[in-house]
Write a new protein. Structure first.
Lengths: 399, 102
């Protein structure tokens, strides 16, 4: 069934279809309508879940950690400074291998205070051991929430579903609402390997020593380093599981896509613009115009940011003359984080082949600065002609 | 429940002596039990056992007399603090180090 709703409602409908058992969230713009919608579903009895209002984002994720440890399917959502306030618990959730799903409705972080969209919030959580997926439209939001639970529970790693504040969260778009029976077929009830149980007491994530040690049963138990290494190994393996999720999803719902990248007019392109989230759809308009001018350019959205699909990205960009990375976030003091990661993938797969593309970095839409399609087209046109700058250039900046 | 495989992905351990590693080496003070003051010893009955209940490292046995596993006792002194008859006192570990040498 096709419906017309905003992006936050799409996320809420996804969570409802996934039959989350526990929702704990603290409202923050632009995430607020998502949590309001969920509390409404619970209040009206449309959703059998515990909605736990908390006094902060730190507590919201702490509640989800406890709920997930007790075997419940848990959900939270936040934005910007709320996500940063969660940071300690964000690391805890992945270290404890809890399959929590969290929507991050992307917003700029303070200071100075700002409530508009960019992606500095979730990008700053890149190294926390969570899976990060970026959505470019409402259909992707609802579908990704559903896939995220399946993936998270398969690999025991939490997932952030990121989508741009306002541009997606507050705009209305038609999308297909998945049938509940199909979602149930795709996503069986959460069966954790272990959950808190008074009959089987255990210590979870207590002080874990630098070295391995004998446990009380006399078996060799991992030290801290082994546990962290397993998280890294399982995150890398999750790329494969993400591929399976996509296949399963396509088999049940018929919507098929590459799980990692979303190329548009890239096949014969000499230049490819790359980005995360809704900006990649905006760049399709630029690409169409530049193609009409005879410039062979395409655009590629990166859907998975962690684990980083390095091989998929490098093979998609093989043989291209130029890559133009347009980002709504920055690793201050160097360049965009996606830029660095992408260059590292190209180096790994294409170094020595003589076909390393020229890679350029542009920063746009910081703190909600309007990204005018004309400016974007002009930027891509100039970048396609040759290298504009070694340092990242800010689109629409007036300094 | 609690497959070995999953337990090994996380820091998941069971309640028991040695769960925190060989913590006996941390000790600067050693608990010493005086049976003449200890309730179960005096009455030769299973009673009290507050030391056993409170020991965070599960190193005190629920026996007469209660025994303390010094391999894992980290010398926190909670047993001495909680003992209602002051049967457990904390003694300087250095003294025992000299004795151990002999």
């Amino acid at each position: 069934m096709h419906i017309i709703e905003n992006g936050n409602a799409a996320a809420a409908l996804g969570v409802k279809l996934c039959r989350a058992n526990v929702i704990a969230a603290y409202p923050i713009t632009p995430q607020t309508p998502l949590t309001e919608k969920l509390s409404e579903y619970v209040e009206l009895g449309e959703m059998k879940a515990e909605y736990i209002p908390v006094e902060s984002e730190h507590s919201a994720l702490a509640v989800c950690i406890a709920a997930s440890s007790a075997g419940a399917r848990a959900f939270t959502a936040t934005s910007a400074n709320g996500l940063l306030y969660m940071h300690e618990q964000v690391q805890w959730a992945s270290g404890a291998r809890l399959p929590i799903v969290m929507c991050v409705v992307n917003r700029a972080v303070g200071a100075p205070w700002n409530v508009w969209n960019d992606q500095q919030d979730s990008i700053s959580q890149r190294d926390t051991g969570w899976i990060q997926i970026y959505c470019a439209d409402h259909q992707q939001i609802i579908d990704t929430v559903i896939k995220a639970y399946w993936l998270a529970e398969q690999v025991s790693i939490p997932v952030m579903v990121c989508y741009d504040g306002y541009i997606l969260s507050h705009t209305f778009m038609p999308f297909d609402l998945p049938e509940p029976e199909k979602v149930d077929a795709f996503l069986p009830p959460f069966k954790p390997d272990y959950f808190l149980n008074p009959l089987e007491p255990a210590n979870l994530n207590t002080v874990t020593l630098p070295d391995v040690r004998m446990d009380v049963r006399g078996e060799l138990a991992h030290g801290y380093m082994e546990i962290r290494c397993l998280l890294q190994e399982d995150l890398r393996k999750a790329l494969q599981t993400a591929g399976e999720a996509e296949k399963r999803f396509a088999g049940i719902f018929g919507r098929k896509a590459d799980p990692f990248i979303e190329p548009y007019r890239c096949d014969d392109a000499e230049h490819v613009a790359v980005g995360l989230g809704s900006i990649t759809y905006q760049m399709r308009v630029c690409v169409d115009q530049l193609r009409a001018e005879g410039i062979k350019i395409g655009v590629m959205g990166v859907r998975y940011y962690r684990p980083f699909p390095d091989e998929a990205i490098a093979s998609a960009l093989k043989g291209k003359k130029g890559v133009i990375v347009v980002e709504k976030a920055l690793s201050y003091g160097y360049e965009g984080a996606l830029m660095s990661d992408l260059k590292s993938a190209l180096y790994e797969y294409l170094a020595g082949t003589g076909s390393l593309p020229v890679v350029q970095n542009f920063i746009a839409g910081i703190g909600g600065r309007e990204i005018r399609t004309d400016d974007l087209t002009q930027t891509l046109r100039a970048a396609a002609k040759g290298r504009v700058s070694k340092e990242p250039l800010w689109i629409g900046l007036r300094l | 429940m609690g497959t070995r495989n999953y337990r090994r992905k996380t820091s998941h351990s069971e309640h028991g002596a040695g769960d925190g590693g060989r913590t006996g080496s941390w000790r600067v003070e050693r608990p010493v039990l005086d049976p003449s003051l200890c309730i179960p010893c005096k009455r030769n009955k299973e009673a009290c056992f507050i030391c056993w209940l409170f020991c965070p490292d599960v190193v005190i046995s629920r026996t007469i007399p209660p025994t303390i596993n010094l391999e894992y006792c980290k010398g926190c002194g909670i047993c001495a603090e909680e003992c209602p008859t002051k049967a457990i006192t904390m003694a300087d570990e250095a003294k025992f180090a000299e004795e151990d040498k002999e």
